[in-house]
Design a protein around this ligand. Sequence first.
Ligand SMILES: Cc1ncc(COP(=O)(O)O)c(C=O)c1O
Length: 474
Amino acid sequence: MNQQITPLFGALQSFSHQHPLSFHVPGHKNGEVFADKGLENFAGLLPLDVTELTGLDDLHAPTGIIKEAQDLAADWFGADETFFLVGGSTAGNLAMMLTAAVLGRKVLVQRNCHKSILNGLELSGVEPVFAAPAYDDEVDRYTAPALETMKQAIDQHPEIGAIVLTYPDYFGTSFDLKAVVEMAHQHHIAVLVDEAHGVHFSLSEKFPVSALDAGADIVVQSAHKMAPAMTMASFLHIKSSIIDRADVAHYLQMIQSSSPSYPLMASLDLARYYLAGVTENKLQSILDSTNRLRMELSSVEGWKVAEIREGVDDPLKITLQVDKCWTGTQVAKLFEEQGIHPELSTDSHILFIHGLAPFQEWVRLKTALEKISGQLKFLPNRDTIGSVKFEQQQVQSLEFSYQTMNRMRKEFLNWTRAEGEIAAQAVIPYPPGIPLLLKGEKITASHIKMINYLIKQGINFQNHHIEQGIHCLR
Ligand SMILES: Cc1ncc(COP(=O)(O)O)c(C=O)c1O
């Protein structure tokens, strides 16, 4: 297919050039009716923010320009079918979990998954079996569950119809997904992959193999995270003999807006076009730039820049392993004071994401690094609490079904009373939005120790009053 064209963006552009008169929604009437103070920023975009007018197709029953744009994306990524998502990978993951319920009574889920997977489990009513991630000493983080753990879970729970994995993780680290797919397909189990951070893996072998190329059945990707697309713009791809595409389409129209944003969809058309236009030479200049960024960052004493293992780690992700005397969050604040904003910080890491074009602002970066280097010695040392390892069962089911839990009484308990109780809510440090404690899980001393430790390190949680305690089931 001709990847140089952008049928959806092109049609919107032509339509706006006709200066149409709007007697339809949206209320901004192609930008004619809008708050003055916002016009300078919004004026260019509002004429593209249209609705399902004649010739502009319908996301939920596409036959025209949206279908063409989706088909081009399917062709470039190597999918049987691609759906545009306007509610982020969050919407894709919800639809994926609703589909998982069609595939079997139980689903095997990587425990350190994004909260949208957990929310999807709750909505779908499918029974989760959680597989604990392994700890990778080399990168000092939990990564994916071992293949053996997944095999063990499948032996124990023959009702499993799908495996749900996060690939790569937030830091761009991948694992041998092909081996998992092979094992799963032997049991006629579908592999559903949250590849939110890997939309660019189809570009080249310099990146880890893409989930679709590894044989996954459904793959969800946030185009807005690693490709140049607008926030929330994402893809869901299917390549499978197990999945019924009509099921996925049904759940997507249930979850996504009936008035999907045309600028978001057009940005997906443009992002696919941008990816398809990355030549070998351009890619090399991007990778050279990532290497230079690694080198510049390595010039400061106070952290170690994590090595990139070819085929395993995403070279666009640059992780600083901060010296043990400070937390990643403390050091990240110094960067922010210089107007440099990393993607995230944890108690021991800071993550930078390089774009899909060579970085330009080297002088500004170097000046900032010199200042940060000078300020590091004034940072107070972190609490000497030391890092805490988190004990978890390798294969775990919940104490009650989500339906039962939702009918039970909930009571807020202080941490001193919470041990041995069942959590009525998940505890999720954000970012990266991966649960430490699951809704329906028995609270252990290890959970409490870990949560207290992270609170002391200044990590954010999306739970109210997390410093005091948690809602438990009674
Ligand atoms: C692994 C993972 N999956 C899904 C999501 C949700 O993606 P989105 O922001 O596109 O809804 C995120 C967001 O950070 C994520 O890290």
